[in-house]
Write a protein that binds this ligand. Structure first.
Ligand code: EPU
Length: 420
């Protein structure tokens, strides 16, 4: 199993290009099911979760051609097996994203129920409820969601009781080819939802309001081929900017996303980072011990849960006390015990972490990655710790960060990937 050996103590300097967003690429890949033709997707990140989604679509009969620079052409014309098997779904919860498009195209679908998860119970009841709202009959049999809509899906009103990102994406994809109009309220406003909608609109879907909490979809008969480039990954960018802040570095990240990064950039500025932004790049420079910053996670446009673990790492080396409240997932603090093993002074009470910065810094330790963003926080901690940190179970990190050690080493870090 691969591990990362991180020798801490180096400042990150240089420039970096952001990868495509995992959480946009996944629903956009799933949306190819809606098209009985070719979809070209560019700027797809090279990640294990993406490979899983590609395998899932291939298992249903989609044909893929990947170009040298990872642009992907998906031909779903011969897709004929609306079944998402447990063997694939259990490795990636986002597989649930095929439910809406399969039901829409085939009027039936069988999708394995995803199991438990390291960051919370993460049920899929809202995905199921919204399909029922569009006319599907759904039974749970032998661990599978068995869905049918004999006469096809029809438009309807979907009011999410909790804001759900992939739930909103599933609802939008199901409604695109449904008969009549669908109105989604309390919709997720995440930029990845907007990216999916932009791709669907390129294919000819009629959708209004993406990026607000009310999305209206007028069903169309069919979609046309299109060529779409996935947006940059705001969480990858946020993670590297936090690493630069922690290591007192100076890095330029090439991307054109500052507006969707606003809450993250605000917090990094409060931590003391100097940030300059123009259309094409973000420059972050840091020359002192970070100030502590309080964080409360919530759906977009508020602070993303996917950056919570990285900010706990940052607060652990700050010059004061801070409080981090996790409001999205009930169990997303698995990194805390590992950070404590590296000298972090963190106490957990319910959904709140109280952190007292250790200005003597962290010390290296063997640590265990438990989920994607938890692993990222351990890598950041390793970059500033005294000694060599060994991060085990890094398959979690390979699910969501493209070549993390190569990218950080280009900026001057000392990280080695070893197989043991
Ligand atoms: N929820 C339910 N029932 C449902 C669906 C969600 O109760 O049917 C609850 C969840 O348990 C959670 C809350 O609603 O408490 C919000 O979860 P959401 O559905 O928004 O999460 P998701 O769509 O499963 C996506 C991202 C996550 C990210 C969250 C929150 C993808 C593929 N995944 O998950 O990304 O943390 O939104 O922003 O888009 C990651 O990249 O590391 C990651 C976990």
């Amino acid at each position: 199993m691969d591990k990362l050996l991180i020798s801490g103590g180096r400042s990150l300097e240089g420039s970096l290009r952001a990868s495509g967003a995992k959480n946009s690429a996944l629903p956009i890949l799933a949306s190819s099911i809606l098209l009985k033709d070719k979809l070209i997707i560019r700027n797809i990140p090279h990640l294990n979760d993406i490979t899983t989604m590609i395998e899932l679509l291939s298992s249903m009969g989609a044909e893929m051609t990947v170009s040298e620079n990872m642009d992907l052409e998906i031909d779903s014309s011969k897709l004929e097996n609306p079944l998402a098997r447990y063997e694939l779904v259990k490795t990636m919860r986002a597989s649930i994203l095929v439910l809406g498009p399969l039901l829409s195209r085939y009027h039936e679908a069988e999708v394995a129920l995803p199991g438990g998860c390291a960051i919370g119970s993460r049920p899929v009841n809202l995905h199921i409820d919204c399909m029922r709202q569009l006319g599907a009959e759904i039974d749970i049999v032998d661990g599978y969601i068995k869905a049918k809509a004999k006469n096809g899906l029809s438009g309807g009103n979907i009011n999410f009781s909790t804001v759900t990102v992939t739930g909103t994406e599933n609802a939008v994809m199901a409604a695109v080819l449904a008969k009549g109009k669908t109105v989604i309220t309390n919709a997720a406003k995440e930029p990845e939802v907007v990216d999916l909608v932009m791709c669907l609109k390129e294919m000819g879907a009629k959708i209004l309001g993406a990026g607000s909490d009310r999305i209206e979809i007028e069903g169309v008969d069919s979609l046309q081929p299109c060529d779409y480039s996935v947006m940059a990954d705001r969480i990858e960018i946020g993670t590297y900017l936090t690493a630069v802040t922690m290591t007192k570095g100076n890095v330029v990240i090439k991307c054109s996303l500052p507006s969707v990064l606003e809450t993250i950039l605000e917090k990094l500025k409060l931590a003391g980072a100097n940030i300059e932004i123009n259309d094409e790049e973000i420059n972050l420079e840091m020359d002192k011990t970070p100030n502590p910053v309080d964080i409360t996670t919530a759906p977009f446009p508020l602070f993303p849960t996917d950056m919570q673990a990285q900010f706990i790492a940052l607060n652990s080396i700050s010059n004061g006390k801070s409080k981090v409240i996790e409001n999205v997932f009930e169990n997303r603090f698995m990194h805390v015990q590992e950070l404590i093993r590296m000298g972090g002074n963190i106490k957990l009470e319910g959904n709140t972490a109280f952190i007292e910065g250790n200005t003597n810094g962290l010390t290296a330790a063997p640590v265990m990655a438990t989920d994607l963003r938890a692993s990222a926080s351990l890598v950041l901690a390793g970059l500033v710790a005294k000694g060599q940190t060994k991060v085990d179970r890094i398959y979690h990190i390979d699910r969501g960060y493209e070549r993390i050690e190569e990218k950080l080493n280009l900026l001057g870090a000392n990280i080695e990937r070893v197989s043991e």
